[in-house]
Design a protein around this ligand. Structure first.
Ligand code: ADP
Length: 542
């Protein structure tokens, strides 16, 4: 008896203890993530002005100091990023953000950022691509981190006057194209037994004492996760004392955009590729809105992303051109763009967006360091909805973002109720107003035509069905099919009150084929059956 009671007590205590441990772990994790974020913002704000300083003409001594600050601030940022990525990897939250672009050019750019290390350690870093260009889909952030990790290790484990070579090679295996990226060094090498384990989390080899930077042992495990996220693989070949070679093997997807025809084989109008725009539509309520950040300064972009991602989904592009490319497949609810950028600046981007009826509804906030009156006028003339001058406080940006998103939501509600736009709010362009009016007009003109389809509507509006779908859901929260139905039902409601037509007659007059089906849809929309609605003199319709 006593021992049974005691056993129970021990069991209960064990459960309590494990609950306490779990709670503690959750707290630790949260603290860890918060602190990492807190480190990242000031680090970014050290790096951004530092990089600006380093562009000046400097004497040798000052440059040496700044290089040292830069290297170490970057190392710290890299470590903090690794910690954050590691947390996400642990929670299975790593996401792939594939964008079409020249991966070989991108690798070269990343290597260039190692120029200061190369000089200070006197190590030769060579890039040997088999082709100058390869356009495919890849996640820039992840590929950059893969390279940063492999290169940082190579620099760390290669003595002065050594070499590091990076090769890229396009091969064909089993009828499929693969990109092989190799990072080779002639450093200290890795023992055979250890080669298997270096991709494990927290694994570190016993390093000779001269290596002060011991690292965290998560670099390669993260690298492996990033490679596998791309459906690729990573391996190592090495000989102690002679050097190491890390080989990344990636599948090549050259398809640039979703082909609208592919996406819309059937009438369902909800292909998987549009899930995102659906889930962020106001109909879904609480789903976070998506903001596209267009900014060429990577650190500043990171800072903005860091600050905004708590409340919004974030998409990124490094200039106007990349932003336009991204818009083909992803539609944000709002765009925050820098003005001065290479390839395509913010003003041009603004102009492109506001004159393209597929995108013109998206509000744009321009950020710029320039603050002359003329710029403001230029920006607003291109249709920017807001203009914020750098440096600004984050609160200002956030309140502007909120304001514009609310304005759009109000507009959508208003439009859903009336189908006529009385208020030409700031964030809706005349082009959008015209498009909506035209769409509603076309539907009304074809009321009794049961065959009037989304296809016809998009044809008449000279838009692809994909764009029409995205455009209407963004502007009204309704799909084209839903909009056609709603216009018909509203017309039916009017006929019920104003005429003596029977319900069957009305059914056919507004383009439905079956009175029973019509009644069902009517009830779903107005909460009463058509007959009741007529009886109540339309009182239930607000
Ligand atoms: P860390 O963050 O500690 O560098 P990694 O996961 O990046 O951890 O690397 C794990 C271990 O693999 C390192 O401690 C090192 O012993 C070994 N290693 C990685 N790259 C190289 C290399 N290029 N040459 C020699 N050893 C390497």
């Amino acid at each position: 008896m006593i021992s049974a009671a005691r056993n129970r007590l021990i069991k209960e205590q064990a459960i309590k203890e494990s609950e306490r441990q779990h709670e503690l772990n959750v707290l630790k994790t949260r603290f860890f993530t918060n602190v990492s974020h807190e480190f990242r913002t000031p680090l970014t704000l050290i790096l951004t002005p530092l990089e600006r300083l380093m562009k000046n003409n400097l004497d040798k001594e000052t440059r040496k100091h700044l290089d040292l600050i830069h290297q170490n601030a970057r190392r710290l940022l890299n470590l903090v990023n690794q910690l954050l990525d590691f947390r996400q990897a642990e929670a299975n939250k790593l996401k792939l953000n594939l964008i079409y672009g020249n991966i070989v050019g991108f690798i070269e750019q990343t290597l260039n950022s190692f120029s200061d290390l190369r000089e200070s350690k006197n190590i030769e870093l060579e890039f040997l691509p088999d082709e100058k260009e390869l356009f495919m889909k890849f996640d820039r952030d992840k590929i950059e981190k893969i390279l940063m990790n492999l290169l940082s290790n190579a620099f760390k484990f290669t003595p002065e006057k050594g070499y590091i070579k990076v090769f890229t090679e396009l091969i064909n295996r089993d009828g499929a194209e693969r990109l092989i990226i190799t990072v080779e060094d002639n450093g200290i090498g890795i023992e055979k037994e250890q080669q298997k384990r270096i991709f494990e989390r927290f694994y570190q080899t016993d390093l000779p004492d001269e290596f002060v930077q011991k690292g965290s042992g998560i670099g390669l495990s993260l690298t492996k996760e990033f490679v596998e996220l791309h459906n690729g693989s990573i391996s190592v070949e090495s000989e102690p004392g002679r050097g190491s070679r890390f080989i990344v093997d990636l599948p090549v997807d050259r398809k640039s955009v979703i082909d609208p025809q592919d996406a819309f084989e059937t009438e369902t109008l909800e292909p998987a590729s549009l899930k995102e725009s659906l889930s962020t539509s106001p109909r879904e309520g609480k789903a976070p809105k998506t903001i596209l950040l267009v900014e060429d300064n990577k650190d500043f972009r990171l800072y903005l992303k860091d600050s905004l991602q708590e409340n919004y989904n974030i998409l990124e592009a490094e200039n106007g051109k990349a932003a336009l490319e991204l818009l083909v497949s992803r539609q944000p609810d709002l765009i925050v763009s820098d003005v001065i950028m290479p390839e395509m600046d913010g003003l041009e981007l603004c102009n492109e967006i506001k004159t393209n009826s597929s995108f013109s509804h998206i509000p744009i906030i321009l950020l710029t360091a320039k603050s002359t009156q003329q710029d403001k006028i230029d920006g607003l003339r291109q249709g920017a909805d807001e203009y914020i001058t750098k440096p600004f406080s984050f609160e200002i940006l956030e309140s502007r973002v909120e304001y514009l998103l609310n304005l759009r939501e109000k507009f959508i509600k208003h439009y859903q109720q009336s189908f006529r736009i009385e208020a030409h709010t700031k964030s809706i362009t005349p082009l959008d107003t015209k498009l909506l009016d035209k769409a509603v007009q076309l539907i009304q003109d074809n009321l009794s035509n049961t065959g009037f389809s989304v296809e016809r509507l998009s044809h008449e509006l000279r838009m692809s069905r994909v764009y029409l779908y995205k455009k209407l859901t963004a502007l009204t929260g309704k799909t084209p099919n839903e909009l056609i139905r709603l216009v018909r039902l509203k017309k039916a409601a009017g006929l019920l009150l104003e005429t003596d037509m029977t319900i069957s007659e009305i059914t056919y007059a507004v383009g439905f084929g079956d009175p029973r089906y019509f009644s069902k849809l009517f009830k779903a929309e107005f909460k009463v059956l058509p007959s009741k609605y007529r009886e109540n003199q339309g009182l239930t319709l607000d």
